[in-house]
Design a protein around this ligand. Sequence first.
Ligand SMILES: Nc1nc2c(ncn2[C@@H]2O[C@H](COP(=O)(O)OP(=O)(O)O)[C@@H](O)[C@H]2O)c(=O)[nH]1
Ligand SMILES: [Mg+2]
Length: 191
Amino acid sequence: METDWCEINWGKNNEMKKNLRKLQLKNPAVEHLHILVIGPVGSGKSSFVQSVKSIFKNRMVNTACTVAAGDRCFTHAFTTNQFEDERGSILPFVISDVMGLGKDSGVQASDIINSLSGHIKEGYTFNPVRPCSEKDTGYNSCPTVNDKVHCLVFILPIDSVTGSGHLDNNLIGMMQNIRQNACDLSEKLTR
Ligand SMILES: Nc1nc2c(ncn2[C@@H]2O[C@H](COP(=O)(O)OP(=O)(O)O)[C@@H](O)[C@H]2O)c(=O)[nH]1
Ligand SMILES: [Mg+2]
């Protein structure tokens, strides 16, 4: 685009950054709001996390080793990112990044559903052909409220929903299954 499509002040006084810094959680046992980003390989999950880091640091944070090349997924492990502002203060939210979704080649729906309930330990390496089970050392059988995911975000490449590309039916099915499970978990929590 020749001109910006909207004006954004990314500087120190940005309203959105201020609000996110001040975010207050109602439950005192919750140390941080836990956000999980999921989507197909190459949809921009890791880049989004790096962008959030850069925005709060007011400078570009190194992105070289986390971003996928072509359709190969770089992120294989369950990785939770904390964020600091330019003064080194820790922000009240974390974002977990996972391997891209995909039948046989990416993380499976059951692994994501286990991640939502806090059953996947930090650093667990996903196996595309065998989902994590209770017997695995990477399985957390007693998740705390901080291990659980409080907010699920789907990231999709825009060309897959605007016509020039397409979303695989298997992937749509997986996303519907994950969304339904997330809704059921959220209902259980609020009941
Ligand atoms: N055009 C465009 N490319 C992006 C965007 N976000 C990420 N990318 C590129 O898409 C590729 C995959 O990004 P990555 O963050 O590794 O995707 P992930 O597999 O979902 O973690 C990289 O080459 C990025 O530079 C975006 O918002 N727009
Ligand atoms: Mg990634």
